[in-house]
Design a protein around this ligand. Structure first.
Ligand code: 5GP
Length: 200
């Protein structure tokens, strides 16, 4: 694997989608993986852009074919990372970001311990509630389910390499830039270059 894998996770409502989108707009050299899901598209969604919208049969067929790098059920819908495009980009030396919930992040961690795992954290529980309720795209029951699910993600925070506070989107994007830039300089990721170039 030549590219670096960055997994941006954390509770729904923390703002990971907004941060990742803003990051790749500034850094188009990084590939943001497009997930498959069985959830219904929202007004802001576009098939093949925000997600690949598929039905449950198609999703189960994908699982059977081992087509997902990871997959999880989140609030009654399937979500999964298509394996092939991600592996292709990594093999080609391109850095990849996965923006996924924490069950999936932990699956990826077991296969790619060298990945960088980033937990996006809202500034407070009140703010998390406010963001989830303010989205206006879900029913009250769906909001409640997402809140419960969001709270259940915090005990896993210690399994991540970094906490990315999202109190302000621009500041959070800058923090993500700092994390990614530093990780790319981390010696274990560069030793192969040193060996090849200077110690042959
Ligand atoms: P939403 O329905 O709000 O777009 O996404 C719900 C949750 O699913 C978010 O936490 C999002 O990060 C997560 N998610 C999106 N794509 C994937 C995926 O491919 N795998 C996993 N495990 N979670 C995903």
């Amino acid at each position: 694997m030549k590219g670096n894998l960055f997994v941006v996770s954390g509770p729904s409502g923390a703002g990971k989608g907004t941060i990742c989108k803003a990051y790749v707009e500034k850094h188009p050299e990084v590939y943001l993986s497009i997930s498959a899901t069985t959830r219904k598209p929202r007004a802001e969604d576009a098939d093949g852009v925000t997600y690949f919208f598929i039905d449950e049969d198609q999703f189960r067929a994908g699982i059977a074919k081992d087509a997902f790098l990871e997959h999880a059920v989140y609030c009654d819908n399937y979500y999964g990372t298509p394996k092939e495009p991600v592996m292709k980009q990594l093999e080609a030396g391109r850095d990849v970001i996965l923006e996924i919930e924490s069950d999936g992040a932990m699956q990826v961690r077991s296969h790619f311990p060298e990945g960088v795992f980033i937990f996006v954290c809202p500034p407070s529980i009140e703010e998390l509630n406010r963001r989830l309720e303010g989205r206006g795209s879900e029913t009250p029951e769906e909001i409640q389910a997402r809140l419960e699910k969001a709270k259940s993600e915090f005990p896993r925070a210690k399994k991540y390499n970094y906490m990315l506070m999202n109190d302000d989107v621009d500041a959070a994007v800058q923090r993500l830039e700092a994390i990614i830039a530093a990780e790319k300089c981390y010696m274990p990721r560069n030793i192969e270059f040193i060996n090849k170039e200077f110690l042959k």
